[in-house]
Ligand binder design. Sequence first.
Ligand SMILES: Cc1ncc(COP(=O)(O)O)c(C=O)c1O
Ligand SMILES: N[C@@H](CCOP(=O)(O)O)C(=O)O
Length: 463
Amino acid sequence: MKYISTRGQAEVLDFEGVTLTGLARDGGLYVPESIPTLTADEIRSMRGKSYSDIAFQVIKPFIGDCLTDAELKSMLDETYGTAFRHPAVAPLVQTGANDWILELFHGPTLAFKDFALQLLGRFFDVFSARRDRSLTILGATSGDTGSAAIEATRGRDNVKIFMLHPKDRVSDVQRRQMTTVIEPNVVNIAVEGTFDDCQALVKAAFNNHEFRDSVNLTAVNSINWARVMAQVVYYFTSAVSLGAPDRSVSYSVPTGNFGDIFAGYIARAMGLPIDKLVVATNSNDILAKTLQTGTYASGSVNATLSPSMDIQVSSNFERLVFDLTGRDGSKVQSYMDGFAAEGQFKLDAAELEKARALFLAHQVDDATTLSVMQDLYARTGYSADPHTAVGVKAAQECLASSTSPVITLATAHPVKFGAAVEKAIGHVPALPEHMADLMEREERMETLPNDLETLMSRVKAGS
Ligand SMILES: Cc1ncc(COP(=O)(O)O)c(C=O)c1O
Ligand SMILES: N[C@@H](CCOP(=O)(O)O)C(=O)O
């Protein structure tokens, strides 16, 4: 399997190369040269198998010969056999006659990010050892990627991790999950800005080739293809358990950086019968507006009750645009140049039509998010976090007449967003045992301005 950049100018890499490289050197994102497909029989054969065994079938074609079957199998068994607290790893909970919630928060840091980052940490170990190389991770987080990446890499001798979060724009639990990790290889930086500023700093650091080479920079954000790949698996496990490939399913996906829903798009391209994919956004609705108008235009970021989706520059949208243009790297480059210069670009009519055939979209404001959390709790006793509630509402709006089962991705545990949950349903579930003393632990973090030179000097100074 070979990987190519969405901007068409970077070196073609194998899976190991793409995992260690992160952002392509032409500023684009890596994608597989072609999407592998699974037959209906292969998908049917997943019935009754463990999460790890299904992960092997889904992931193997993306790895090529970079890992032996035995190496991959043992990494998957370790990841999904030990790191998750629920025996089903990603259980489905039925909340209505045709409605399901896919719980993706049973990993160590209580959000869907653990699915990919627990595995990515293991890929880093093996690939960096092969090249006898230590790595510097620079990541941006709106709250969940950060703790999952830190958890996956804390205490490693061969990895330093610098994690940027927007100052005062993540929840207390999210911040503490990062800042109370005191291993010397972990540096938390609160940036005076938004998540978009943090992500722009990370991409700018990667685009400074002298800097990236001097510290062996690598990525844990969904910039890194391995992140998206690992997230494809739970679309298969959930669809198969509801009857795929003999029955189609639809998904509503709380969306910010467009990574998780892009994984659903890949699952469909691999042959999984997905009927509808709904982009569920909060009031930071660049993606919903793009599907409505064809213009991808960033606006200012609103602080919402679902802060992890307070994003107005959706990194992975570039991967979709690459496909919408017929995989024309120079067209993607010109769109992205337009976006850098003017803060927007416009899809042509054919591209917009293709996008609309692939996705539905709905934006949900904070008041509605709270009322959905209240209503779901009153009807079913289910406590949803605010991101999941955005997904539930978008499903109600877009998929009310769906004949296929409707699955909403529950992307985080409600305890991570205690203030919003308390406001909606009057109480917050207790912190799980492994983090019961989180609010008492000592915090360690630095604050930096939104400035690339300052950040690069800080990273060069080491952890
Ligand atoms: C809890 C939660 N839900 C949803 C999302 C949106 O996922 P994505 O950025 O992959 O669209 C994120 C992060 O972005 C998140 O942390
Ligand atoms: N919501 C994310 C934002 C970063 O997205 P990523 O999927 O590109 O890592 C977060 O929690 O940090």
